[in-house]
Design a protein. Structure first.
Length: 572
């Protein structure tokens, strides 16, 4: 149910949910280790409590002197307090600055400094760092500490809530759907992180489309393995069950903890990265667990392409009627498309294994898309683009109500990604691929990662899929040696741990097998250099799936007469 049209604040949806189910559980957060009976105690927050508490904090912020439009950086780990505080900031008309701590300390400090924040809402440790580095944040005068405050000034969260408890609701500002709501940073997997401006309307569009396409209803219980989805849960009337895991390292999850929470709460929905589900599948296979999630009916997995083999294995762990959806999008434009696991397993997955790219499915309602000729430079007007024919690879650009219109941190990147089309803005996704006759997009890799040789262009996903088909390969990465347009392609391979070569002869044998595999496919037959890594490929923290190919290209070992090729040249 949507909020009153007289208030465009996305947080107004929370009040609607509260009026419908005030005593229902909004958030369940573990409060300690499992008991002897295997069950765990949870701290519970009802929708009434969440709405009331966030109201008090928002009113307290206003009474303290916070003005609508100010930027406050959120430095609180994911949990009930994080969800509560984000809604508080939204209700106060504040622009919440949200940065994943997994991007690393240097990027984190740089992003916060470049955001020109007016203050921090953070745990004591974050406020201590802010105080030590105060010269990096000269405008940060309004600081709220969620725990004990020491000598760094500002207010404690308790003081703010107490100030708001006696204030009338009329102190809260009226917010329109076009007003700024948040600045959310990209992961920086293909360059420095960029601050994306979200309006309240952006959030409204996202929530409506996710709820409608996936038929999410009030009363569902979501195992929220990806933090930001907990915010969507609350305004859809869904209980957020927070698992015992580090959300910044999904691949390191303990599947037993997920199964424990899912069983205890009888969850019917779960959201997690492909790396998380891959860990769960392997653990269940190793421990002979056949039906760990009997109540689960909807699984969402996003952040990177999900292999058909992982989907097939995951389906075996679920009820036969369960759906597994893989939404596609980016921080700047989400959701854009989606596909269900059965379609991947039966149709698109086998094509992906042959180098056709990864099908991300069909568009969400309201999304427009087109594939244009690849251009590395800026494009500011729609007239500068040239559309590619169906089936031909180019760069994807999208428009729609869930597509953000500008970067406000690193605004120099607007000309590289935002294209004006009269009164609307298209976003260049930076993703390459093509549209098929059913208007599905097939993702072939990031534009920045393509390898351009003197006679052809190679795209990462199609090429890597060919090598990933080898049973000993966990994942691989295509990178270019040298500069475009005279690069030579190199494949770096991460094997499954049990298949790591123990000697040089074993390594050479694996290389020869991979070259033979490559020789059978026209898109990979010219690849001659293969490197078997002894260490895992570097990946992003947020999803544990996006490979840092730029870093790999910089770290390529120099060519030598002995190692410049992986083995005997394959036949054409």
């Amino acid at each position: 149910m949507s909020p009153s049209p007289t208030d465009g604040n996305v947080a107004a949806r929370l009040k609607v949910i509260r009026s419908l189910t005030p005593a229902a559980i909004a958030i369940a957060e573990p409060s300690g280790p499992p008991r002897r009976d295997g069950l765990r105690t949870y701290n519970l927050t009802t929708f009434e409590q969440l709405d009331q508490r966030s109201d008090e904090i928002a009113k307290g912020l206003i009474r303290w002197g916070i003005q609508p439009g100010m930027r406050l950086a959120m430095m609180v780990p994911f949990g009930a307090s994080f969800i509560e505080l984000v809604f508080s900031l939204l209700k106060a008309g504040v622009v919440a600055v949200l940065i994943d701590p997994g991007i690393g300390r240097k990027h984190l400090v740089d992003c916060l400094s470049e955001s020109n924040v007016d203050g921090f809402v953070g745990i004591p440790r974050a406020q201590l760092v802010r105080a030590v580095l105060r010269k990096r944040f000269p405008t940060a005068k309004w600081n709220v500490t969620t725990g004990r405050r020491w000598l760094w000034g500002g207010k404690t969260l308790r003081q703010i809530a107490d100030m708001g408890a006696t204030a009338d609701a009329s102190v809260l500002p009226t917010v329109g759907s076009s007003d700024q709501a948040a600045i959310i940073f990209t992961t920086g997997s293909t360059g420095p992180p960029k601050g994306v401006l979200y309006t309240h309307g952006t959030f409204h569009a996202q929530i409506d489309r996710i709820r409608e396409r996936y038929d999410i209803r009030r009363g569902s219980r979501d195992l929220a393995c990806f933090p930001l989805f907990g915010l969507f849960d609350a305004v859809m009337g869904v209980t957020t069950v927070i698992p015992d895991m580090d959300p910044t390292r999904p691949a390191d999850v303990n599947p037993a903890r997920l199964i424990e929470a899912a069983t205890q709460w009888e969850v019917d929905q779960a959201f997690g990265s492909p790396a998380l589900w891959n860990t769960v599948v392997k653990w269940c296979e190793q421990h002979g667990v056949e039906e760990p999630f009997p109540t689960l009916r909807r699984v969402l997995s996003a952040g990177a392409p999900v292999p058909a083999s992982t989907l097939q294995s995951l389906r075996k762990l679920l009820n036969p009627d369960a759906i597994i959806m893989t939404p596609y999008g980016a921080t700047e434009a989400l959701p854009i498309a989606s596909i269900e696991s059965r379609e991947v397993i039966a149709e698109t997955g086998p094509a992906s294994a042959k180098g056709k790219g990864v099908c991300v499915g069909t568009r969400f309602e309201g999304v427009e898309w087109r594939v244009i000729e690849i251009e590395d430079g800026p494009i500011t007007e729609i007239q500068q683009t040239k559309q590619r024919p169906q089936g031909k690879i180019g760069e994807l650009m999208v428009a729609g109500p869930m597509v953000t219109t500008e970067y406000v941190v690193r605004s120099d990147q607007n000309s590289m990604h935002k294209v004006r089309d009269q009164d609307r803005v298209w976003h260049r996704m930076g993703d390459c691929g093509y549209l098929d006759p059913e208007d599905r997009f097939w993702f072939c890799g990031r534009k920045a990662h393509r390898v351009v040789t003197n006679n052809r262009t190679l795209f990462t996903i199609p090429c890597e899929s060919v090598f990933n088909a080898h049973p000993k390969v966990y994942r691989s990465a295509l990178v270019g040696r040298g500069e475009r347009p005279n690069q030579t392609p190199v494949i770096l391979v991460e094997t499954h741990p049990a298949d790591q070569p123990a000697s040089d002869p074993q390594r050479e044998t694996l290389k020869a097998e991979l070259l033979e595999l490559a020789s059978r496919n026209p898109i990979t037959r010219r690849i001659q250099e293969i490197i078997i890594r002894s260490e895992p490929l570097p990946v992003d923290i947020r999803h544990n799936s996006k490979i840092f190919r730029e870093r790999l290209a910089e770290e390529l070992p120099p060519l030598s007469p002995v190692s410049n090729v992986a083995g005997p040249k394959p036949s054409s």
